[in-house]
Design a protein around this ligand. Structure first.
Ligand code: WT7
Length: 645
């Protein structure tokens, strides 16, 4: 087999594993076969990667589906597994985190230092009364304190809920209230695109409607002027830095909650995905090692995801640190102070494994291959992609211009709910196909089924299901068992319904085809159409709103909103801009529609359901460029045309 067949169709390129990697690969065909023969025995074996207080004798308890228990009679501490035990194993001097701030400040944190910092933070939080089972919200930029805070919570058995810095005050307070948060950890601000960007004011605003929050811990990052509420707000340096660097970790039952991560569902209310300790940590520790062929002694890993998303939880905090890996943590944006910043970081730290998202790759393609070409990227040996389907053109560009033709790419399919990689090519075994996530990871079983749940043969498209429980699966939705059952299990009984369309090709390899529900994927971020619609109808001028995800060359999908105004309000470019800003304020800048189109009517079925498919056609086919106000004009003509079909 040749290295790259350079077929005419970009999807027909093939990338077999590099011989050197295959010769020393962590995962072999034998691993896959063993895992497939007895997944439970396989996962019992993988539990040995962790250090337990009490070793589990049970693996899976599925006696009360869909409520799974994994390793239920074992006890452990997640923070101890990510820090202390590596020091005890003689790895105290190994760098855990190379932190690179956007303005160029940097700091290397060894495992010994990380352990001390986590202990100090745990002591600090404990001094504020934080204890096992309490909820702590983390709203921080990508700085070491983000990772340290997560581990400090885990150390105390407190449940963290990290909220992405791009969410607004309103989104923050909704999540804080739903989760019953008592303490918030934030910062004065962070650096973004070359200047300090404040975070604390959003917290102050959110806390006007969160009666349960009693304390706010503020990390000083930018030094900008920050209002501190007397009796409520305390500086990190005052509560944490002064604490002793020793703390005895308590061992918690494997099913003790570790964190809640909010994500968008197909209704307006965000879902609090609950992950617990033992199964989650086994699943992320194993897949971190398997999917990237991680060699913790020599690799320098860099995942560009923010800790505000599940990727940042599983593959920045828990997976890499439980494996004693060395990783880069970068605070800022790819274009500050110049468009080669990422490649400069790779060269500086000799990064060997890079994990990023298709939207970033497409942005770099747009900026031009001459930018990465100026940097030495020869340290790279393995790359990953996550968050949305990667189009073959972007895949091939990534392979050629970043991986320089040498590095296998793992296109990893998974979700906030799955906690860990579920479908991804094992780099030492599989010949990758650009655009396909390929096959389930060892110990995971998936299928593609039709609407009635019948397994489909190769060559056909349908719905993706997971056919067996897996250790890092969500346990429920925070405070809403019924919604957990209804969303994921009601449709196919004992099989998990992922909400994605998928195809099995002639070889049985899996291609993801996007969401089949009303969830959009914008730059790898999950957004619900209903959530944005309810924000829009919350504006005094809006009578009705319909939101669709239209395909976009850079962000994968883009949010396009169609709105009908209440009579008396004038359609104008200003109104469209105001509505965009309204959503930005309500939910966060990431939820701002690319376009708001003001229309007189919306296409509906006889039963009154909005025909989103038509709206999507319009949003995708028409060059809507600078025209944001469209009353009864061409948009409605296209709708009418579509309706006649
Ligand atoms: C949804 C989950 C996985 C962590 C980041 C996103 C889409 C994710 C892929 C991929 C095609 C993908 C799916 C999924 N998705 N990875 N490699 N190929 N689609 O987590 O926010 O929970 O979103 O992202 O539609 O259901 P999330």
């Amino acid at each position: 087999m040749t290295a790259d067949t350079r077929a005419t169709d970009p999807a027909d390129h093939r990338y077999p594993p590099p011989a050197e990697l295959a010769a020393h690969a962590n995962v072999t065909q034998e691993t896959l076969d063993t895992a497939a023969a007895d997944p439970e025995a396989f996962w019992a074996e993988q539990a040995k990667r962790l250090t337990w207080g009490t070793e589990p004798t049970e693996t899976l308890d599925w006696s009360n589906p869909p409520f799974a228990k994994w390793y239920a009679d074992g006890t452990l501490n997640a923070a101890y597994n990510c820090a202390d035990r590596h020091v005890e194993n003689g790895l105290g001097d190994r760098v855990a985190i190379h932190f690179e701030g956007e303005p160029g400040d940097n700091r290397d944190i060894t495992y010994a230092e990380l352990t001390a910092e986590v202990c100090r933070a745990a002591n600090g939080l404990a001094s504020l009364g934080v204890k096992s089972g309490d909820r702590v919200a983390i709203y921080l930029p990508m700085i070491p304190e983000a990772v340290i805070s997560m581990l400090a919570c885990a150390r105390l058995g407190a449940i963290h809920t990290v909220i992405f810095g791009g969410f607004s005050a309103d989104a923050l307070s909704t999540r804080i209230n739903d989760c019953g948060v008592e303490v918030v950890i934030t910062a004065d601000g962070g650096y973004r695109r070359g200047s300090p960007s404040a975070l604390k004011p959003a917290v102050d605003k959110a806390l006007q409607s969160t009666p349960g929050v009693r304390q706010v811990v503020v990390v000083k990052r930018t030094g900008q002027d920050t209002e501190m509420a007397e009796g409520r707000d305390v500086w990190w340096d005052d509560v944490v830095a002064t604490q002793p660097s020793e703390h005895t970790p308590e061992m918690f039952p494997a099913e003790h909650p570790l964190f809640v991560m909010y994500t968008s569902g197909s209704t307006g209310k965000p879902k609090g995905i609950l992950h617990t300790t033992g199964g989650y940590l086994v699943g992320t520790t194993y897949t971190m090692w398997a999917t990237y062929d991680l060699k913790p002694e020599t690799d320098v890993y860099w995942c560009t995801a923010d800790i505000g998303w599940i990727t940042g939880h599983s593959y920045v905090t828990y997976g890499p640190l439980a494996n004693a890996a060395t990783q880069v943590l970068y605070e800022g944006t790819p274009d500050a102070p110049h468009k080669g910043r990422w490649w400069e970081v790779i060269d500086k730290y000799k990064v060997t494994i890079l994990h990023t998202a298709p939207t970033a790759i497409r942005t770099f393609m747009k900026w031009g291959e001459e930018i990465p070409a100026k940097f030495d990227l020869s340290s790279l040996r393995m790359m990953g992609s996550v968050g949305e389907p990667i189009n073959p053109e972007a895949y091939n560009w990534y392979h050629e211009h970043i991986g320089r033709g040498r590095c296998p790419i793992a296109d990893t399919w998974w979700q906030t709910e799955t906690g860990m990689h579920m479908i991804a090519p094992m780099p030492g075994i599989e010949t990758a196909k650009p655009g396909s996530a390929m096959t389930p990871v060892p110990g995971v079983a998936v299928d593609v089924v039709d609407d009635e749940g019948h397994s489909l043969p190769n060559g056909e498209s349908g719905l993706l299901v997971v056919t067996k429980p897996w250790p890092a699966m969500l346990r429920t939705l925070w405070g809403d068992d019924q919604r957990y059952i209804d969303t994921y299990w009601a449709r196919f009984g004992d099989r998990y319904f992922a909400g994605d369309g998928a195809k099995k090709d002639e070889d049985g390899d899996i291609w993801l085809l996007g969401r089949v529900d009303d969830v959009m994927n914008v730059s790898g971020h999950r957004m619900s159409t209903a959530e944005i619609e309810s924000s829009l109808v919350g504006h005094e001028a809006v009578a009705e709103a319909a939101v669709v995800g239209a395909s976009d060359p850079t962000t994968g999908q883009a949010i396009v909103a169609f709105v009908i105004l209440i009579s008396g309000f004038e359609a104008s470019d200003e109104m469209a801009a105001e509505l965009r800003n309204h959503v930005g304020k309500d939910i966060g800048p990431i939820a701002k529609p690319r376009q708001v189109m003001i229309v007189d009517e919306l296409p509906k079925t006889r039963s009154g359901k909005i025909m989103r498919r038509l709206l999507r056609d319009i949003a995708e086919n028409r060059d809507i460029g600078d025209v944001t106000t469209l009353t009864d004009s061409t948009v409605m003509d296209s709708i009418a045309k579509g309706l006649k079909k």
